[in-house]
Design a binder for this molecule. Structure first.
Ligand SMILES: O=C(O)C(=O)C[C@]1(C(=O)O)C=C[C@@H](O)C=C1
Length: 279
């Protein structure tokens, strides 16, 4: 997104150097970033109006959905206004050489689990709040390495021990930008919605999906998350190709409205196809 003059205020996961910061900088030409301790805090700053936007990872091509972010989307009044796909090439960084602990954000650890285990079969693997929080820890402990973006080396005084730590060739994280606007149709859009099915019987999910199939609307993500107050009931998150102002999308949503107890469009925004951004 182009911004003129003073930078637009954007909250994201901190401290400085996270993949989230990289995503902010690739979405905004000028951004004044508020670095937060967690995803919740980043959303709350934007909800309170302290920042205009909030950028969050929502899905990774290896590890799947970033579930705390999906869960937070249920209750926020903000809407998704943009998405960005980032190729997350994780490095392994440390001060010392006798590594007994490997720290990082749980998503980053999961993306590189096999490689970490192969390199350090006896190391303790420890989740921390972000890759850069892990870098600060690694900078202070000779026995600790961090998995994260390679630029953490210069920022926090670490050495790159290995590049390309991911267990698979592609490691892509999709970030979303939450804000207050409603981007107009572009003809290449995506709509994100969350809903809870009314019935939990045979064929209910099939019936829900039929109106999309009949209109040739592609669903690019389907995720179910537990309804916390109702054990063994589920909330669905759908991403579909199209804008909520498209007549096909509008009529499919109207068809399913009687099948749900709750439904919310989280946003309609320009769709990004990968690869676009390579760190
Ligand atoms: O810790 C970071 O650097 C983040 O921005 C978080 C995060 C994530 O939660 O998915 C972002 C991208 C990568 O997939 C790994 C970690």
């Amino acid at each position: 997104m182009e911004t003129k003059g003073a930078g637009v205020r954007v909250s994201c996961l901190g401290p400085e150097g996270t993949w989230s910061e990289f995503a902010v900088r690739s979405m905004f030409s000028r951004a004044e970033i508020a670095f937060c301790r967690g995803f919740r805090e980043a959303i709350e700053l934007a909800e309170a109006g302290s920042t205009e936007y909030c950028v969050l990872p929502v899905e990774n091509s290896i590890e799947g959905p970033v579930t705390p972010v999906l869960d937070a989307l249920t209750s926020t009044g903000l809407r998704i206004v943009a998405e960005k796909i980032v190729s997350v090439r994780q490095a392994l960084l440390a001060v010392g050489t006798d590594i007994r602990r490997v720290v990082s954000h749980p998503q980053a650890l999961a993306q590189c689990e096999g490689r970490i285990r192969a390199m350090f079969p006896n190391a303790e693997i420890i989740s921390v709040s972000s890759t850069s929080a892990g870098a600060i820890e690694a900078a202070n402990r000779e026995d600790t390495a961090v998995v994260g973006p390679p630029w953490l080396a210069q920022k926090y005084g670490l050495r790159v021990i290995a590049q390309d730590m991911s267990d698979y060739r592609f490691n892509l994280t999709r970030f979303i930008c939450l804000g207050r606007g409603r981007p107009p149709r572009t003809g290449r859009d995506k709509t994100s919605l969350t809903l809870v099915l009314r019935d939990d019987g045979p064929g209910s999910l099939h019936r829900l999906l039929t109106p999309f199939a009949e209109r040739l609307i592609n669903l690019s993500m389907v995720v179910s998350r537990p309804e916390k107050e109702k054990p063994w009931r589920y909330r669905f998150f759908f991403d579909l190709h199209g804008h909520e102002d498209d007549s096909a999308v509008r009529s499919a949503l109207s068809d399913i409205s009687s099948m749900v107890t709750e439904m919310k469009v989280i946003g309609s925004y320009p769709r990004e196809d990968w690869p676009q951004t390579d760190a």
